[in-house]
Design a protein around this ligand. Structure first.
Ligand code: CTP
Ligand code: CA
Length: 231
């Protein structure tokens, strides 16, 4: 579908997209991380630019992915850094899409020097973890401006719809894009399959296809909500 020139329906809008996966350092050389590639978030950023939006892309450890042309890219590492960058950009945003995989926990202690193994055969000390802030829940609870649309993601392995609906309610966002993971689905691939749940009770299946197509479907739903709440 040709978009952009024909339908710049996000013109005049500022949208914030988070992408990638946060890394929580243990010591100067090690971290706790996840397998998110950032591709889905980048697809959201590219399609939003094509539809005329001003786009801030908060990118967590997205490695070699090329910066989407026309987007402002803010690179972050940890969940705390992502939170700060997203909240700052969200202050004047019309929509926020939280596609990043944010680590739920971080090591309670950061070792300033590399953690060494001992020669006496004793095991390593257990790594104590503490909770990271929930950025999506915070964004949803404290909208920076009235009518701001907040979109979350969920990767689920079981009871996808039930868990997704519960997560939507818990997080308080407007839309939740639910992916079923497992069997090589979702992580690192170019294509995706999802169900978009709405706080209005709607359930919108998105067939297997390119991540751009999923992003465009979600932008359609976001744009419809802009219209509904007027300006
Ligand atoms: N998220 C967030 N901050 C966190 C964790 C998650 O903003 N500390 C966001 C993600 O960007 C995503 C959504 O919340 O948009 C759902 O993430 P998910 O990990 O599925 O949700 P959790 O509430 O962490 O639930 P779970 O226990 O299943 O991991
Ligand atoms: Ca999580």
């Amino acid at each position: 579908l040709a978009r952009g020139a024909a339908a710049p329906d996000l013109a005049g809008r500022h949208v914030v997209v988070s992408a990638g996966g946060t890394r929580e350092p243990l010591d100067p050389v090690r971290y706790l991380g996840n397998r998110s590639s950032g591709k889905q978030g980048y697809a959201f950023a590219r399609t939003a630019v094509a539809r005329g939006a001003r786009v801030t892309l908060v990118a967590a450890n997205t490695g070699t992915l090329p910066d989407p042309a026309g987007a402002d890219v803010v690179a972050v590492g940890t969940a705390e850094q992502l939170r700060e960058a997203v909240l700052k950009a969200a202050a004047d945003a019309d929509a926020v899409v939280m596609a990043a995989a944010v680590a739920d926990f971080r090591p309670a202690v950061y070792a300033a020097g590399k953690i060494k193994k001992s020669d006496d055969g004793t095991g390593p000390a257990p790594v104590e973890l503490v909770r990271n802030p929930d950025v999506l829940a915070e964004l949803s609870a404290h909208r920076a401006r009235p009518g701001q649309i907040v979109v979350g993601f969920a990767a689920e392995t079981d009871d996808v719809l039930v868990n997704g609906r519960a997560k939507l309610t818990r997080k308080g966002c407007d839309l939740l894009v639910v992916n079923e993971v497992g069997d090589g689905k979702a992580f690192g691939t170019a294509d995706n399959e999802a169900v978009v749940l709405g706080a209005d009770g709607s359930t919108t299946p998105v067939p297997y296809g390119p991540k751009e197509a999923l992003a465009d479907q979600v932008w359609d739903m976001v744009a419809a909500r802009f219209t509904r709440t007027a300006q």
